[in-house]
Design a protein around this ligand. Sequence first.
Ligand SMILES: [Zn+2]
Length: 469
Amino acid sequence: MAEWEAVIGLEVHAHLKTRTKMFCRCALEYGAAENTHTCPVCLAHPGALPVANERAIEHTIKLGLALGCEIAEHAVFARKNYFYPDLPKGYQISQYESPLCGPGRFVIPTAGGDEVVGIVRAHLEEDAAKTVHAGGATGRSVGADYSLVDFNRGGTPLIEIVSEPDLRSADEALRYLRLLRQTIVELGVSDAEMEKGTMRADVNVSVRERGEEGYRPRWELKNMNSFTFIGHGIEAAVREQIAAYERGETIEQSTYDYDADTDRLTVHRSKEEADDYRYFPEPDLVPVEPPAELVERLRAELPEGPGVRIRRLEQAVGFDVAYALVTTERDALYSGLVADGVEPRLAANWVMNEFAATGQDPAAVNVAEMAAVLKTPNLTRDALAAATAAATSASFASSDYTSQTAVSDESELEPAIDRVLAANPQQVETYRGGKEGVLGFLVGQVMKETGGKADPKVVNRLLREKLQG
Ligand SMILES: [Zn+2]
């Protein structure tokens, strides 16, 4: 049987964080009452003219630079023509032959070395309005009683990042997506929240025999809006395509919907080709020609990217922990604690376990006070738990917790141990008879006797000594 490999490329869309829409002055506001942010431009009244949003252009250049892209000296907006009720102009303003950001290389750190994903382009466009289908069972147009359009979203600046088909598994695709999302968020150009619809992805999947050159027809999974579904959707597409080829069938290039409930793909429509959209340069907008000084200023302002930080943190805590810290946006907290003298593994452990479990905002932690707590020797579990719970509160002070250190002083522990041994002669007998498992019970009794403040290691040692004596 042939050995197959997946060939995956992603088109990621993210809403850019700007005050106003891409080509008009309407405010961008999520959750605003329907159709309250509209004007003649975004409703396509005759004669209304678009003006490009400068901030959106800067955001796109910034992201392009972070993805290692060439920034065009001359970029052109183009009309992408198609009809849809939520596209009042009958075309979307996008970029086609001359995008703002050209080819690039995005480096993804993995435990086994760097993976490079080619970026075909990153371009700027406007989003369509939002159609809401009412009635019917599926919330889709088929079977709906009626549909309404909310034009608030129409004209939202959108960046589209197109990758080369360089990804070879669902895991690789998700790694790319997570790091891309993290990069976008850190640059401050988008919230990129899949649940809110400010980031979504079209996923192109095909398979080929290992060693085969070129690409076979692909399936495009449209508008995927969760990491989990993207992973499952890719796996379903790969599985179904391999099965089809092994039955001797052919695959046609099509668009698919992934149904998370059934884990199955259903054909949406056969794929349009670029020619179908009759792209042509937008006559109402001048080309974008970013000055070299602007590009260089934005390049100089780029923060250290998440991939680079993973590599830096990896040396102290290992790849997996470094990756988890960065992709959950907790590495700044970790680095703050380490800078305040907390041992790196202890800091990472606390951040990713005790602290993460509380669901608190890492940016709100009082780092200096928390570092003081973590540096306290023999801190009791209870004191650490209490400090963790309070770490983001305004009145958090380490001194409230650091006094509760574990008792390891033998002269303090001995009376408690003697009391426990005297009260449990049966267990002492059992232990001396060779059943050492009973020691755990006795340690527990001492912990109880001391209100949980005893250092269990010391109790363990003292108990053994006394029982042998
Ligand atoms: Zn408008």
